[in-house]
Design a protein around this ligand. Sequence first.
Ligand code: 5RP
Length: 218
Amino acid sequence: MNQDQLKLAAATAAIDYVEAGAVIGVGTGSTVDLFIDRLATIKSRIDGAVSSSVRSEEKLRAAGIRVLDLNESGPIPVYIDGADECTTNKHLIKGGGGALTREKIVAEASEKFVCIVDTAKIVDVLGAFALPVEVLPMAQSLIARKLTALGGQPVLRQGFETDNGNVILDVHNLKISNPVDLERKINQFPGVVTNGLFAIRGADVVLIGAADGVNKIS
Ligand code: 5RP
């Protein structure tokens, strides 16, 4: 099976977590795109979706799924999203698609975060994937210096603006032995909107598309 087939297997398995009559939280990325395709086939069973990005919002609407603002939805029973890296502790790096801030907000608003990945995303230690940090443009150089002092090598994501009008610094070569501490530390720098570590609030369930089926960590 190729990686797309593994992503599809995880995305399909996530449909079992969709609650009838409820609003569902929907993340961003190619795995989530496959989930939205599946969600479209059962759209009459849900009340609507809260999206973590303009990209997913457009795809949901095109599929005929009602999109709600988080301020009108209230708490969300289940949030489905992918990840760039995932440990067996359900700590994640996210933000490869640049939607990390809204993803973190919707995850926080959700009772259960179901993360859908393929085997290639499972790691022992986070950090081989450069850690995305969303930064207000005026703080870009300041934050780059702070991240360098932490031992990382920040690189500005060229030609990219987040849905919130900010920039992304992708931080290479960080040794992330304590993701909870590092998530807190980076978020404390004034000018950082958030970083792509999802460790303080990690996933609750991880569905891993694998050659032998979908494996679950919960
Ligand atoms: C977007 C994300 C995505 O979940 C992450 O990049 C994984 O994407 P894909 O499913 O395309 O591999 O965090 O900001």
